[in-house]
Write a protein that binds this ligand. Sequence first.
Ligand SMILES: [Zn+2]
Length: 574
Amino acid sequence: MKLIYRGLLLSLLIFTFACSSLSEKDTADTIFINGIVYTVDDVNTQIQAVAVKNGMITAVGETSTIQKLKGENTKVVDLQGKTMTPGFIESHGHLMGVGYNKLELDLMYVKTYDELVAKVAEAVEKAAPGDWITGRGWHQDKWIERPDNMVKGFQTHDLLSAASPNNPVYLRHASGHAAFANQKAMQLAGVNRLSIEQLSSQVEGGEIIKDDLGNPTGVFTERAAGLVGRLVPRDTEEKDDQALEMAIQECLEKGITSFHDAGSGQAFIDRLQRFKAEGKLGIRLYVMLTGRQPELLDAWYEKGPMIDPDHFVTVRSIKLNCDGALGPRGAWLLEEYTDRTGHFGHETLPMEVVDEVSAKGLELGFQVCSHAIGDRANREILDRYETAFINNPEGAKDHRFRIEHAQHLSKEDIPRFGELGVIPAMQAVHMSSDRPWAIDRLGKQRIEDGAYVWQDLLKSGAIIPNGTDAPVEPVDPIPSFYASVSRRTLAGLPEGGYEPAQKMTRDQALRSFTIYGAYAEFEEDFKGSIEVGKAADFTVFDKDIMTIAEDDILKTKVAMTIVAGKVAYDAGLK
Ligand SMILES: [Zn+2]
């Protein structure tokens, strides 16, 4: 008894000694103190301070405890009562698109067709004759007034062509599933009343929209957009570098520390590797290989997944595009569109490809991420994933296959996500932007049963990684966080939210942008929560997004973004 007591006393003495004389190797590189820190650990511990060393979290707790880890060279970041969360993860975006949105005409905030034309006219004045005018981000359903002349729900090119008679114009739709060209561009592409039938037959799954007289209206959906798009001069290496730099900076300013790129090719991966080697890759990238290039997939099947030990550029998943978007009525539905009889949308790749890629993915360790918006596309993919899992139970043990968007589901398919372990990677802000007109496409019943059903999916046992699909929406996570908990448009309508039973709680919304995103890229042991041994990726907000009034969420600003322990962005807020 006495012996035990003496031993205890001795160890207590040693412990006290160790605490009072920290050697340089025990002190932190940086300590973050005086914050409201949401750890997102299993029990939602809330703390005040974090210590970081070599880019990793070494201690968490009260400010007074963490201050003991301050050495001579320790940097102290006083959060001054601001709110810190794990670094936000954008789980579905297109990084080069974010950059190019900054480089080209940004039509995302245009409110009318006239305003779009005015923007193009401005660009024409600065351009040399014959130069291409390119832009992206327009969405006719978001305009506050409809142009007089509409064909199949889209504007026609007359005004645009009048504003730019000598410069070809090519403007991508916000959804990425349609494009709008002027007369000059169509002339260069050989698209006219006489050629339209023949060209249409070459672009299966796409449409060259024409008016009553058979003239092309300037709008091209899906693959048809390539008829004009292929003439647009290719981006140069320098321009691509510039776009990537701008995109990374944009992410950091919006509090994003990790980004899932939803479908890119080898040139993008090479560029990321080079940026990493040059120390310019400020955020962590998880890249899905685009399924649009079979030779790319073959090459990667050959070498297998690339899992970065530094956790900055990992390639271990494949993106398949299985249907179109709801706006241009490309989403593939089980029943016809409410606002176009006899029209069901369509698949944008043969469904056998989903079978093949799923089997290959399970065999070789690639996750499969399939874009599906309509209920038919979602069901087809769930069916095909399920078959693949049954055929290869060993490979399917920890598959984490995803469906990107999973927007409109048949009621029967909702529980299948939880049962099969398929991850619905959803972007809550799409609900805010699309719900007001989505009901025209789908009707009341389908909206209530299966549109953006976050709570039903979570209850099924599924996890939902959140995002913005940038540049379809700005890469800013705040509007998507707001949409997740309010189910209102960004103008705050309707009071109480659309289908309020499907709202996420604040905790679920925070998880969707942190630990769930990490899980969706097999990284939940490395990041996504603030715990000892995990990466020191943090986002700091000027307001407490977990407790402020719903209406104040949209006013919240990112104060700081920290990646691997380094302050990569500081808004300089007091
Ligand atoms: Zn996307």
